[in-house]
Write a new protein. Structure first.
Length: 208
């Protein structure tokens, strides 16, 4: 067991937890967010299942909303992953449509029809419903942009390399179509997982 990861979970779990009904004034404008998911536990408490941040200044709330509460999977790889898993559970052929990125105008011209939009909206609604029922998040204020990105990678590596942070058998992510490279670590992240993990002392120094 990683003592650093245990301490990290203890300290993040002690922070206020928010859902989609959060008051924007309760969040800092810059920082890192940590997502918890119903049924996922580690170190005697809630298991962190995703970590995220933002690049531009004062964009924390915008990024949280894009990933959790705005129904547009082409603006959120997290929502796209959730939809992939939901569709793959039932072997839904709509998965091939869900993979299409409608951001390029050529894709919109080739694929966007009323029936296509109806199908996409249905899955977006399922993703939103899953998030509303199962996810909450906590926030760590971090002002400096480069520090946010570096810290995000270190935090992710700390969890990804901790043997006690394995996903439960029922974790939705285990149903990802690309399970070999995605659904075995137990995080809704695919980048920043293999760097050096944080030490216990580094976790203690976090401004919580």
């Amino acid at each position: 067991m990683s003592k650093a990861c245990q301490l990290l979970h203890e300290r993040i779990s002690a922070l206020s937890a928010f859902t989609g009904t959060y008051n924007p004034t309760d969040l800092p404008t810059n920082g890192i967010y940590f997502v918890f998911e119903t049924g996922e536990t580690a170190h005697g408490g809630r298991r962190i299942v995703r970590i995220g941040t933002h690049t531009g200044d004062n964009n924390l709330q915008k990024r949280i909303n894009e990933h959790l509460y705005t129904p547009n999977k082409d603006r959120s790889v997290f929502r796209k992953h959730l939809g992939r898993c939901i569709l793959n559970v039932r072997k839904d052929p709509a998965l091939s449509q869900w993979e299409i990125d409608l951001t390029p105008s050529a894709n919109r011209d080739n694929h966007f029809t009323p029936a296509f939009k109806e199908a996409q909206d249905k899955v977006e609604a399922e993703v939103s419903d899953y998030i509303t029922k199962n996810l909450s998040f906590a926030v760590l204020e971090v002002e400096a942009g480069q520090m946010r990105l570096q810290l995000e990678s270190s935090l992710l590596a700390t969890i990804a390399q901790c043997k006690e942070c394995e996903a439960s058998g029922n974790w939705l992510g285990r149903n990802h179509p690309n399970r070999l490279s995605f659904g075995t670590i137990g995080l809704w992240n695919v980048q920043g997982l293999k760097g050096p993990p944080m030490t216990e002392r580094e976790v203690e120094m976090l401004q919580l």
